[in-house]
Design a protein around this ligand. Structure first.
Ligand code: AMP
Ligand code: GLY
Length: 412
């Protein structure tokens, strides 16, 4: 079978790498992909992720059976709908169902209606009301702009002054919807759930991301600075509750509301005193969670997708080893950073997944904020972490930074 992977980051790199191991898959294509993916896929970067008509035409010309869409943007822009209209199967929800990620308000309203545990919230559509609200709300308060924001549209305001500058920042255009949310305290984790309408099968291995830019969870929010799995200090009972109280009910809620979701639903959860609550839903694999989870997954990803389609039982199998992944990012990210800086020292055999590099005359140079994830596998988190940082140390570049505490929450 021929499979087309849409996307250009580390998540898509690991998806292609994983598909390469499947006896069900004989050709893998990537649009736009990245240069580092060419070891495992036929990369077609002449087509952009946004060029839906060209993607559909490509898929038809190349006899693609399945397309797997990695990033949120093509999902929320309806690439799935267009491919499906051309009889191409797609792992990744259609435009309507992808709103669960694309609109914070859509997700919050759905959770409220179906009693799915999440932070209390109120939506405010104009600046004046927002200014009034922040005079009397409880602090900290969380401000979330409706719409996609690449992990960067969230402001946690500790005080009235911070909320005020947040309001100034978010209400720059007219017709802005901002969700003001109760601040929840607790440890976060990411649970990937395979969903085919009312059939929802969560991974029985969770991951933990590191969203802040700097050690100790300091600095601005990013797309994710590193991840690891499994997460040994989070008990199975929490994962079970997340399945019972969040994964199963949200799948049913979507069906009940007339949506058809086929793909992976990412549950970003936080463990509060009252149990797990939803911080966010994504309509896709997490990045960098996918890199560590699919590295640890021993079973066949493509087989799981086929079983999901047929609503057959899915038994994920995992390596005994733990996996830790450390993201190296361009200095300055998530704000401004320079591109075109040389990076070398890595190989492409499964220990590194590339997010933001391109090849110029046989040399890799940076082309994005998050650049490359270095992985380590080991019998426990401590040894996986040590291996991951050995892999980091092999990378030669003076343009990158990384966190030194990835997975430390599991080591306390
Ligand atoms: P999001 O883009 O919704 O995932 O938010 C980014 C990050 O902001 C999350 O991973 C949390 O660390 C933090 N965050 C978002 N919402 C809340 C909340 N209600 N309470 C506490 N932290 C939050
Ligand atoms: N790592 C967080 C995300 O993919 O949204």
């Amino acid at each position: 079978m021929k499979v087309l992977v849409i996307g250009a980051g580390g998540r898509e790199h690991v998806i292609a790498h994983k598909l390469k191991q499947s006896p069900l898959v004989n050709e893998i294509f990537a649009i736009p992909g990245n240069d580092a993916m060419s070891k495992v896929a036929q990369v077609h970067s002449e087509i952009a992720e946004t060029e839906h008509e060209q993607i559909v035409a490509f898929a038809q010309q190349h006899g693609i059976t399945w397309a797997i869409i990695g990033p949120e943007q093509p999902l929320t822009e309806g690439l799935t709908d267009k491919l499906e209209a051309a009889q191409i199967k797609v792992f990744g929800p259609n435009r309507a169902a992808a709103q669960i990620e694309g609109s914070k308000l859509f997700a919050k309203e759905l959770m409220k209606k179906y009693d799915i545990p999440t932070a209390e919230y109120t939506q405010i559509t104009n600046k004046q009301d927002a200014l009034t609200y922040i005079q009397s709300c409880e602090y900290p308060v969380v401000l979330k702009k409706d719409g996609l924001a690449a992990g960067k549209g969230v402001i946690i305001a500790e005080s009235y002054e911070e909320a005020l500058s947040g309001v100034e920042e978010l209400y720059q255009e007219e017709e802005v919807i901002v969700v003001f949310e109760q601040f929840l305290e607790g440890e976060e984790f990411s649970l990937m759930t395979f969903v085919n309408n009312d059939y929802a099968v969560p991974f029985d291995c969770i991951a933990q991301d590191h969203k802040r830019a700097f050690d100790g969870d300091l600095g601005p929010n990013t797309g994710g600075m590193g991840a690891y799995c499994p997460v040994p200090h989070i008990e199975d009972s929490i994962i079970k509750r997340t399945n019972d109280e969040i994964a199963q009910p949200i799948a049913k809620a979507l069906v009940n509301e007339g949506y058809s979701f086929f793909g992976v639903l990412y549950i970003g959860a936080i463990i509060t005193d009252e149990g797990p609550k939803v911080i966010e839903f994504n309509a896709r694999f997490g990045d960098p969670e996918a890199q560590v989870l699919l590295t640890r997954m021993e079973s066949d990803l493509m087989q799981h997708i086929l079983d999901l389609e047929a609503k057959k039982p899915i038994q994920f199998q995992w390596k005994v080893d733990s996996v830790v992944g450390v993201m190296l990012a361009s200095k300055g990210y998530p704000a401004n950073y320079e591109k075109g800086k040389t990076v070398s020292g890595f190989d492409l055999d499964g220990q590194y997944f590339v997010s933001g590099l391109k090849k110029e005359q046989d040399i890799y140079v940076t082309s994005g904020g998050r650049v490359i994830l270095a992985l380590g596998e080991g019998k426990d988190i401590a040894s996986a972490k040590a291996k991951a940082y050995e892999a980091v140390d092999k990378i030669k570049s003076n343009a990158l930074f990384y966190r030194k505490d990835i997975s430390d929450k599991a080591l306390k």
